[in-house]
Design a protein around this ligand. Sequence first.
Ligand code: DMJ
Length: 594
Amino acid sequence: RKKIISMVFRKLPGVSASGMGLRLSQKFVFLLFLSGLVTLCFGALFFLPDSVRLKRIFLSKTESQPVTKALEDMTLSRSKTDSASKDEKVTSSSNQGANTDTSFDYNKFKKCLLKPPLGIEHGKPSDPQTLQRREKVKEMMKFAWDNYKSFAWGRNELRPLTRNGHIGNMFGGLRGASIVDSLDTLYIMGLMDEYNDAKEWVETSLDLNSNGEASLFEVNIRYVGGLLSAYYLTGEEMFKRKVMVLGEKLLPAFNTPTGIPRGVINLGSGTSWSWGWASAGSSILAEFGTLHLEFVHLSELSNNDIYTEKVMNIRKLLNKIEKPHGLYPNFLSPVSGNWVQHHVSIGGLGDSFYEYLIKSYLMSDKTDEEAKKMYYSALEAIEANLVQKSPGGLTYMAEWRGGILDHKMGHLACFSGGMVVIGADDGAPEKRQHYLDLAAEITHTCHESYTTKLGPEAFRFDGGAEATATRLSDRYYILRPEVIESYMYMWRLTHDPKYREWGWEAVEALEQHCRVEAGFSGIRDVYAQTVSHDNMQQSFFLSETLKYLYLLFSDDDLLPLEDWVFNTEAHPLPVVRKSCLQGEGGTHDKTTSE
Ligand code: DMJ
């Protein structure tokens, strides 16, 4: 420091070499220099990309808003129960004195459902064969769960061959992904002992004070989605308290120049950044575009608009930005708000963004006209640019790279049969039949890719290939749900029995190829004669694959589509009936409620 000061003085003209005057001016100049330095340092910190905490302290009142409102709610609901866990107690102490009752009225919510609330008897099929198939799926769930409980309890996933747990690095130190992902599946299947074990674990052991690097998308779809649906299905306040604490921890990810969140967030510090593999620090369409359903419900439960504002801001930007041929590329800069690459896909990196547009419309009780408009225009652009017919007559969705088509479809893209069919009714009347046909054709293509009754990660339509994986690296199957998901929606909306038959083929194949002594495992090559297991029971197998199979063999009154939309991890979230919730409540025949 001395060196710097003397350098500064040496350059200052007019400073006398001796006496009082010199000491005073030296002090003055020194103070001036020091204050300049401090200002510079603070300024620089604000412009660092991850200066989230500083911004929180010094800027915007809206950043602190969720804390107060969400906690008001929690404080009030906590007075009804004394089982709040450590993480909730810590935050509640900062909210002494909140006294406005903003808590969500669960009973009113139940009255606003069109079909009566849940009971485990719902959906029981009268036909004995279907019932037997449904029981089989329930047995598979119990088997997967029991093994997870025996060998991996509290870890994120089960490794069924080595009989141990897997933690991974997607959830920022959060544990028990398989437990949170399974809550609603166990509940709707009536596996009540298992559900109660899961609930107790969430209550006593789900520690939200973790400090690791999490995928915003994965934590949102699995943990936030799982806790929200557990709350809505059961009315257990504990799930609501947990999800509000977690929801708030995700908010700093939106502190970017555009409000488009980055992909990775440290749940402890709130610092966020982009995936190293995402080009030029971009955010991924399927990640920032798959928050809407959960965030709207976080606002509903907390009576705080901040969550809805965050996702509506994303939508505003997407609406404004120019889209090549009406398409949405997969990479967007959270700094400039511009597309980074022109790669468009209905599979990985793009998929659930489109899904959430139509589901936002449906979940809003068909009032969200903007989501509706965006969905049907996106679908039109997809049809014009991506939908193809193979020489063998199979309809598929190719990928688009700056105008050049890659004739490949991922397993992930097979959800789109289900997406197109749930949106068929609300499109232009003259398009209704067309959408039903398109959904059926895509689902048929995906079924064709299941040549060994399970299908590869990606299949191609070039060089003579017809829905087959031509590369060894594309031949794995990791217990993914998308094809079965489309069977379930196609069944619900057409009641064509072939979808139940196709679902049953998948059950038999899962039993034959993926069931091992201690759980279910993915396989490395769906075409190989001798099976090679990947030693992983993914949490989405319990959350999605088995749930969709169970629903496929259930009657339509189990989670009726008039009342529920499924998030992209198959967690059911209720349709928000604003006028009913704000009024007297009660849309269904009260004699059948409870
Ligand atoms: C799930 O986590 C979700 O379905 C997500 O949208 C895509 N990937 C997996 C299942 O394949």
